[in-house]
Ligand binder design. Structure first.
Ligand SMILES: [Zn+2]
Ligand SMILES: [Zn+2]
Length: 180
């Protein structure tokens, strides 16, 4: 996790804001995770990590909010409607404080229920805007693909009934939100 800590420190410093241990450690947890994490999952990983960092819920929530405001992470609502936080999903490396992650979709694994960021694409946003009715003005595209993540797909491979399960993601939900 050392390199994640270095990367996190660098990214927090690049915003010009104060570099605090809490900001760096929480961002490092997000950078290390493959999937988007809930508040509770971040807290658990902090407690299990080398740092043994104990942050109270309010402090952790403030740090996560700050990371979103600073453009170092973003949040996505999960199947349970609980916010999940991720520092991934952008093609460009984060750290310049640039807008992060609005134009990428998310993948929801039906088996383990984790949410993953997909690659960002300006073409995706343009395409979806082209599908809007006349006069509608969409600011952000929220795209969710449902299926099985690589880990779950591998776990299910070889099972006798896996022909149907191996099918490509079979449901996609699209929502064009405004005012974000
Ligand atoms: Zn999965
Ligand atoms: Zn994302």
């Amino acid at each position: 996790m050392a390199s994640n800590l270095d990367q996190a420190r660098e990214q927090v410093r690049a915003t010009g804001a104060r570099v605090t241990g809490a900001r760096v450690k929480v961002l490092a947890v997000l950078l290390q995770a493959d999937e988007a994490l809930t508040h509770t999952e971040v807290q658990r990983r902090l407690e299990q990590g080398d740092a043994h960092e104990l942050l109270d819920r309010v402090t952790l929530y403030r740090v996560l909010e700050w990371l979103v405001e600073a453009g170092l992470s973003h949040r996505v609502s999960g199947p349970d409607r609980v916010w999940r936080f991720s520092a991934h999903g952008d093609d460009a490396p984060a750290g310049g404080g640039h807008a992060h992650g609005a134009q990428h979709g998310h993948f929801k694994c039906r088996r383990c229920e984790r949410m993953f960021c997909m690659k960002s694409s300006s073409r995706l946003a343009r395409t979806v805007r082209g599908m809007l009715p006349d006069g509608f003005d969409g600011d952000a595209v929220e795209l969710t693909v449902v299926g099985r993540c690589a880990e779950c797909a591998a776990a299910e491979a070889g099972a006798p009934h896996d022909e149907a399960l191996r099918a490509a993601p079979e449901a996609a939900a699209l929502a064009v939100a405004d005012g974000r």
